[in-house]
Design a binder for this molecule. Sequence first.
Ligand SMILES: NC(=O)c1ccc[n+]([C@@H]2O[C@H](COP(=O)([O-])OP(=O)(O)OC[C@H]3O[C@@H](n4cnc5c(N)ncnc54)[C@H](OP(=O)(O)O)[C@@H]3O)[C@@H](O)[C@H]2O)c1
Length: 296
Amino acid sequence: METLLMTGASRGLGRAAAEKILRERPDVRLVVTTRGGELAAELAESTGNPNVTALPCDLASTRSIRAAAAMLSGHRLSGFIGNAGVQLTSRAHATEDGIEPTFAVNVLANHLFVRLLWNRFTAPARIVLVGSDTHFGDLRHNLGMVPAPRWEPVADLTRPRPEAPTAAGGRTAYSTSKLAVVYLAHALARRLPDGVDVYTFNPGYVPGTGLVRDAGPVVRFLSRTLLRALVATPLALSPAGAGALLADAAIGPRPGESGAYVDRWAAAGSSPESYDHDREEELWRALCALEPVEML
Ligand SMILES: NC(=O)c1ccc[n+]([C@@H]2O[C@H](COP(=O)([O-])OP(=O)(O)OC[C@H]3O[C@@H](n4cnc5c(N)ncnc54)[C@H](OP(=O)(O)O)[C@@H]3O)[C@@H](O)[C@H]2O)c1
């Protein structure tokens, strides 16, 4: 039986995507990373499909990612969905590896998992990394809620900034991490073997998930109430709606050429800034140097 590995299935749009995958693909074993709880049992019960296993993993810890990947050494992988993500209201924190957590979870974790499992992917296979409209950095795409990305040398992107613990800094780290996700998908597309495709998936704006849980009470309140009402407009999707589209990107018809940006339901252009061969290669080299890998 082939295996599909997914991060971020515990809540938000990822949970809806995991449920759709389990309902539609009883022939696939879904492995979901988890930081605790009864996720596999809950997903099995809500979908009636028992082919789901939980793998303990804290994506902010490279040690934990390596341990989780080692558990999959005997598996034939048909896909990886890198959905987990964080948006913090400061750039001041550091993971146990000394890395700024937004970068660690949103970028490095995806790179490390894919590199560790490189030889386990069996064509046809698909890697889907969840990006964000915020990587565009303009009002039309970020609704004024998240500052534009600010690219810097990768060593600086990984560096915690305790000296400037502002919410704008945390959200800039978020949009920049999502720009890095597009770069990572482009760099991966140039390297993965034929038949192993990679995509960035953009869910659009999805109010009502846990993404703003680190934000202040006003933002959290607005996200639960006023902003949630936007799902009735074309400006936003519900977690269930966005999750269904993420599932389609992962298990539906091939969405486009490997490396493409899937904007909710179809391949589309990402921001002009997100096509930058030099930055993509700098990011790839820096990530490889940060976490050298012996493939499993
Ligand atoms: N909501 C939006 O408007 C929006 C828009 C564009 C893109 N996105 C992206 O969509 C993805 C899903 O976000 P969401 O909105 O559904 O947010 P969410 O409800 O907060 O879900 C985030 C998921 O990531 C997991 N996660 C975070 N940090 C982790 C860690 N250190 N180790 C393991 N798992 C970790 C969470 O697990 P726990 O339950 O253990 O915390 C959870 O399953 C993210 O990549 C986000 O950036 C969201």
